[in-house]
Design a protein around this ligand. Structure first.
Ligand SMILES: Nc1ncnc2c1ncn2[C@@H]1O[C@H](COP(=O)(O)OP(=O)(O)O)[C@@H](O)[C@H]1O
Ligand SMILES: [Mg+2]
Length: 332
């Protein structure tokens, strides 16, 4: 896929034909593969926030972790700043681990309950040798806590002493401590009270401006990504089915699955709402162990024809960087 139609923006992350399969044992004891991410290619531009949406189980978390080498990809490549890190291990991988960080969905589960905030944030500094002395480390921790809106007097407290929103701020401080270029934010507000979600999103946006960060922002909620993301990718059963600038996705969704997702959220603008062909999804998302042949969405698609079971549609540019993977894109 060529992804240069977005003007002269340069890619920070380039993903090509990425596959992440998990081996499982079937009930009959035979080996089977969960094709959680199955042949995914796209770029993330420097400084942008790329949203990644899709139903639960579509492979968003796996894709984020596979990109960051939390998993060893089954095949394909992930380049950061032009360097393919897919096969790097140990010391060779460490500098890239510093460039790429992860903010978890559940701030509580992702923080060690036996460590103080100061140790949680300080540990990240230690791993990458970013503090020259004990007092330098303490200074840096205080600076980071202030930056994300936490009280520095709370540095010696444990995660359980904080609210959900404050815990997520600790997660953000830990991620930015190592001065990364790229952060995967995996549903960073889904586990939080609705009333504080906007504050956490504001903090993430503020960090992005101050620190020149690039984000992959994962969410199952299309409403949340609309205003936070520059572009949005829609994922279905391990595939990206549509990828385009946010506003365009809402105004002119081309993939039937995207339309179905948008049908479920209210659209305040009647003109925009009218343009969208309402699609009510039938059935459940199929198992990634035995995905449908050809187009993976065809079993739930009201427009599916013969070709859809025979040929996998490419994620192709339909103009101005509007990528769609559908044999009938533009016709339906
Ligand atoms: N470690 C694993 N072993 C086996 N299957 C997994 C593993 N992690 C995720 N999966 C499966 O991969 C698919 C995608 O999961 P996930 O990436 O968590 O989706 P999402 O984040 O979009 O909800 C699901 O069917 C899930 O059950
Ligand atoms: Mg997930």
């Amino acid at each position: 896929m060529e992804n240069n139609s977005n003007g002269n923006k340069s890619p920070l992350v380039e993903i090509r034909n990425l596959k992440q399969y998990f081996t499982i044992k079937n009930t009959d004891g035979k080996k089977a593969y969960v094709k959680a991410v199955d042949d995914v290619s796209f770029d993330i531009f420097k400084g942008e926030t790329l949203g990644l949406v899709g139903e639960s189980g579509s492979g968003k978390t796996t894709l984020g972790r596979s990109m960051l080498r939390i998993y060893n990809p089954t095949s394909g490549s992930v380049k950061i700043d032009g360097v393919d890190i897919t096969k790097f291990q140990g010391k060779k991988l460490l500098p890239y681990r510093k460039k790429m960080q992860y903010i978890f969905q559940d701030p509580y589960a992702s923080l060690d309950p036996r460590m103080t905030v100061s140790d949680i944030v300080g540990e990240a500094l230690d791993i990458h040798g970013l503090a020259s002395s004990k007092s330098d480390r303490a200074d840096k921790v205080r600076e980071l806590l202030t930056l994300v809106g936490l009280n520095t007097e709370h540095a010696s407290r444990y995660p359980h002493e904080f609210s959900g929103g404050q815990r997520q701020r600790i997660g953000i401080a830990r991620a930015i401590a190592v001065q990364p270029d790229f952060i995967v934010c995996d549903e960073p507000v889904s586990a939080l009270d609705v009333s504080i979600r906007a504050q956490i999103i504001n903090t993430l946006e503020e960090m992005q401006d101050r620190l020149d960060l690039t984000y992959l922002f994962i969410s199952h909620d299309l409403g949340v990504v609309r205003h936070t993301c520059d572009r949005v990718g829609v994922m279905y059963l391990g595939h990206i089915v549509e990828l385009v600038e946010s506003e365009e996705l809402y105004k002119n969704p081309m993939h039937p699955y995207t339309r179905a997702l948008l049908t479920a959220i209210p659209e305040p603008n009647p003109d925009t709402a009218k343009k969208r062909n309402r699609i009510i999804l039938k059935g459940e998302i199929p198992s990634p162990v035995n995905p449908p042949s050809g187009c993976k969405f065809r079993t739930r698609c009201p427009y599916a024809k013969d070709v859809c079971s025979k040929k996998t549609p490419e994620l192709a540019d339909h103009g101005n960087g509007h990528f769609v993977s559908c044999h009938f894109a533009g016709e339906i």
